[in-house]
Design a protein around this ligand. Sequence first.
Ligand code: GRF
Length: 200
Amino acid sequence: MANHKTRLAVFCSGTGTNFQSLYNAIDERALPAEFVLCLSNRSESGAIIFARQHGIPTIHLSEKQYDTHEEFSGAMLKTLEDHSVDYILLAGYLRKIPESVVDAYTFRILNIHPALLPNFGGEGMYGINVHKAVLEAGCRESGATVHYVDPEYDKGPILLQKKVEVMPDDTPESLAERVLACEHELYPDALEKLLLGSES
Ligand code: GRF
């Protein structure tokens, strides 16, 4: 269909700077996509506030709101179906995606991770922990990875990676800052690759 825009949902737990860079890239690069949903497990996350300010429907969905995991995953699936979501972009979402949702969206969920997977991924490897581990291991380079999501944490096929040099005087915080800046370029490149089959 002419002018069809791919319908994107973003899942966030925090500030949502990656979400913001994706949102801006759609406009700047004239990508054929639009955000139709921002889902957060936190009611007042920065991402939810940004979405509201930009007229994107938001939903606060947390497992705590449901008696069983099945009810929670069912509600998540129904929300995605209600908004006719084509792809889900995880951007700092600190919860595991229910298996029924991963099954329904096979190869249609992306995640960004602040390291060069398959290294420094898996359970507990989030936020500053990742950068501490990279420095403790004495790595000369780190970076960011965009990958498809499968039922295991940080294990799905890699779509795109970008390297960042580790400086001799880096602290976990200074490395985190440089990697985040890299993520803000990488995630839009990965989205472009997903949508157009190329990257800038
Ligand atoms: C990023 O480092 C991302 O790789 C990780 O969580 C952080 C989210 O930052 N999954 P933000 O909420 O996009 O600012």
